[in-house]
Design a protein around this ligand. Structure first.
Ligand code: RB5
Length: 144
């Protein structure tokens, strides 16, 4: 499995912990986030991740910023991206089962690292349920 990850300065510490966890599972990780703590603009670190998820060059994406909202807003501009903002593992399970989310957006300033590792574990282990949810996600893209 290939995962692309991106973050701004608010997510650097969390990103490092997530990358370590993913690599311990044998997952190939491409890091497009900043590794520093100086202030940066989150869209610059989202586009490389979202474009690769959009083009299916990677299986899944993970994005981290302070609230998770800026990265989610940016990623969801891509037609094949379904980026879900999550702050606990129950919501992570639902964005996979119901929305077939292909990017997990994490609010670093409102979660803890152990909580986020558990969220990522659930993200990897949960499958899309299909059925009625397929009809719904097919209605998400703009038809114009
Ligand atoms: C950075 O201060 C903060 O604005 C950013 O991490 C994120 O929360 C934006 O949505």
């Amino acid at each position: 499995m290939k995962i692309a990850i991106g973050n701004d300065h608010a997510g650097t510490e969390y990103k490092a912990a997530v990358v370590e966890f993913l690599q311990s599972k044998g997952i190939e990780v491409s890091n497009f986030g900043t590794d520093g703590l100086e202030s940066v603009d989150y869209p610059d670190f989202v586009h490389p991740v979202a474009s690769r998820v959009n083009d299916k060059q990677v299986d899944l994406g993970i994005l981290i910023c302070g609230t998770g909202n800026g990265v989610a807003m940016t990623a969801n501009k891509y037609p094949n991206v379904r980026a879900g903002l999550c702050w606990n593992k129950e919501i992570v399970q639902l964005i996979r089962e119901h929305n077939n989310a292909n990017i997990l957006c994490i609010p670093a300033r409102f979660t803890s690292i152990p909580q986020v590792i558990e969220m990522v574990r659930v993200y990897l282990d949960t499958e899309f349920l299909g059925g009625r949810h397929t009809n719904r996600i097919e209605k998400i893209p703009l038809k114009c």
